[in-house]
Each structure stands twice: as structure tokens, then as C-alpha cells.
Design a protein around this ligand. Structure first.
Ligand SMILES: Nc1ncnc2c1ncn2[C@@H]1O[C@H](COP(=O)(O)OP(=O)(O)O)[C@@H](O)[C@H]1O
Ligand SMILES: [Mg+2]
Length: 303
């Protein structure tokens, strides 16, 4: 095995997803230690990030989610300290946090995305409904965990949905409803792993069905034909590459009733608990959790 030197696992942090990150980080730390790596927990909410340099850490495994961890800021600090870290760099991390700009990039690359438009206080709600149809989705460009998202079924509810989303972000998007199922594809060192189908317990994959309910179903194998699965994997690799993703991540998809796949969003620092989706897809490829964590750590880089 490679000698990784002294490794910090970044976990917790200041984001709304702190609790999930503490779980991801604990699982990663335990796996690294089990493999004999000199790994230590490091919570940037409790300590100055520069201690990583002063304490001579050789590598960092980023198990932070959300702002100040998944958004390019921590990546930038690590670049300046010249400490290799896992996952995407500054640009892809920041870009993937912004759903609107991610969509613009994918659109320019001619990748399939659900039709969308920006909403403002002055939007003509009737015209939006006419263009996108009902139901439609309204979401803040920069939150995660389904916070501030609504499925709008009636035109008269659109403005309230806008205001709810605008509480979380200045940028609010309306999106055409794509209703043929939800899928996710893990990327590991340039390779797309098996597709997972997500069957939310609620009407859509909202906060409750993500974190609070245990009856959301995750299917792997996902039930698509080999050809359809390969097509989605290819799109995942392209979608990840176009935003400049590195190392590992997860690309989420929707399918319509005709079976056309649409890119939904990229997670550049996905969950790593033993219940998380990337570990689930890795298992399907014969990669256990310890091996997965080592493979991610191997790809640590600066720049
Ligand atoms: N255009 C859409 N059509 C159908 N369902 C959607 C659409 N956009 C979002 N959803 C549902 O809402 C969930 C959360 O939306 P998403 O854009 O992934 O935001 P988040 O970053 O909060 O996860 C998705 O997992 C899906 O269940
Ligand atoms: Mg999502």
C-alpha cells in the first residue's frame, strides 16, 4: 500500500449539513485507521484550517458537505498551503454548488437538462406556467438537501413557492417537471459506477425522505436495461468532466416517461456513511468501503 503519511479527515464544518458530515467523516476515519493509515479527525468549525500546515499533514480527505467544504473555499485554502486533497478543485466545487450556472455550462455543452428559467419578483407567473407546464419545480440555486424546494401544482401557488425559495438564495429557478424516475451515478477516478434508482417515500425526494424516513428505496441494480444504464453512465462522466470534476463525486438524474435522461445536479463531496449512495454503488463493483476510501485518498491532488 502507498504510504500516505499523516492524513487529516475534514469533517463537521460550518454548513447546514454539519451533522451528516460528522457521520461521513467518522466512517471515513474509521476505514482509514482500519487500513493502517495515520489518519486524524479535523473539524474546521473547531480549529483554524492553517493548523493543517503547522501540524505537517501530508494529505487531506475532505468529508465536508455544503458551504465551506464542498464549495471551493476549503479547496482554495488547501491549494495555498500546498496540501493534496481529495475530490474536485476550486472551480468545479464552486460551480457545482450553483445549480443555475451548472445548468448554463451543461446547456452550452449540449447535455440534456430539464427546461428551466430564472424567477424574479417581477416574473409573469402565468407566462412561466405556460412555458414550463404544471406541475413545475421551484428551487433556490444554492441550497441543498431539498431546502426551499417546492413542487408547484397550481399557478396561484407559484409566487408563494418563489418567495419560499428566495428566502434561501437570491437566485431562484423554475424547472419543468420530469416524472419518470430519479437516478444517481457515482464517479470514481474517471469511471462511472452502477446506476442507483431512488424511490422516495414522499412525493419527491424532499428533506424528510432524504434524512428522516427510512422507507425511501435505493435500487442497485436499478432496473434499466444495460444499454440505458450505459447511456446514463456516459452522460454522468460527461456532465462531471464538463464542470471540471476530479477524483470522485455523484451525478443525479431524472428520467421522463419516454425514458429520456436529464442531468439534475452534481455533488462534489457526497455522503460517505455506510448508508450512502457512493459506497452502495462501489459495493456493486466489488469495492468495499475501506477500498473505496483508499482509492479516493490515492487520487488526492493540488491544482
Ligand atoms: N425538474 C424536476 N422534476 C421532478 N422532480 C424534481 C425536479 N427538480 C427537483 N426534483 C425533486 O426534488 C429533489 C431535490 O431537488 P434538487 O434539484 O436535487 O435539489 P437539492 O440540491 O436540494 O437536492 C430531487 O431529488 C427530486 O426528487
Ligand atoms: Mg438533489
Amino acid at each position: 500500500m502507498i504510504n500516505f503519511g499523516k492524513v487529516a479527515v475534514l469533517l463537521g464544518g460550518h454548513s447546514a449539513e454539519r451533522e451528516v458530515s460528522l457521520k461521513s467523516g467518522a466512517a471515513v476515519l474509521a476505514a482509514l485507521q482500519k487500513s493502517g493509515v495515520d489518519a486524524h479527525a479535523f473539524d474546521p468549525a473547531e480549529r483554524d484550517i492553517h493548523a493543517l500546515r503547522d501540524e505537517k499533514f501530508d494529505r487531506v480527505f475532505i468529508a465536508l458537505h455544503g458551504r465551506f467544504g464542498e464549495d471551493g473555499t476549503v479547496q482554495g485554502a488547501l491549494e495555498l498551503m500546498d496540501i493534496p486533497y481529495t475530490g474536485s478543485g476550486v472551480l468545479a466545487s464552486a460551480l457545482a454548488m450553483d445549480k443555475w450556472r451548472t445548468k448554463l455550462v451543461w446547456q452550452a455543452a449540449k447535455l440534456p437538462i430539464p427546461e428551466f428559467e430564472m424567477l424574479t419578483e417581477q416574473s409573469d407567473w402565468q407566462a412561466v406556467v405556460k412555458r414550463l407546464g404544471l406541475p413545475l419545480f421551484v428551487k433556490p440555486a444554492n441550497e441543498g438537501s431539498s431546502v426551499g424546494i417546492s413542487k408547484v401544482k397550481r399557478e396561484e401557488d407559484l409566487q408563494a413557492a418563489y418567495l419560499a425559495a428566495a428566502k434561501h438564495d437570491k437566485l431562484v429557478i423554475a424547472e419543468r417537471f420530469v416524472g419518470g424516475g430519479e437516478y444517481t451515478v457515482a464517479i470514481l477516478n474517471g469511471r462511472a459506477l452502477a446506476v442507483i434508482k431512488i424511490e422516495p417515500a414522499n412525493e419527491f425526494y424532499d428533506y424528510e425522505s432524504k434524512y428522516l424516513r427510512d422507507d425511501t428505496r435505493y435500487l442497485c441494480p436499478c432496473g434499466l436495461s444495460a444499454e440505458q444504464e450505459a447511456e446514463m453512465q456516459q452522460l454522468a462522466q460527461q456532465g462531471f468532466a464538463v464542470i471540471g470534476g476530479q477524483g470522485w463525486g455523484r451525478v443525479d438524474f431524472l428520467r421522463d416517461e419516454q425514458g429520456k435522461a436529464y442531468l439534475l445536479e452534481v455533488n462534489t463531496s457526497p455522503g460517505m456513511t455506510d448508508h450512502s449512495l457512493v459506497p452502495m454503488a462501489a459495493t456493486q463493483a466489488g469495492i468495499n468501503f475501506e477500498q473505496l476510501v483508499l482509492q479516493i485518498l490515492e487520487s488526492a491532488h493540488v491544482g
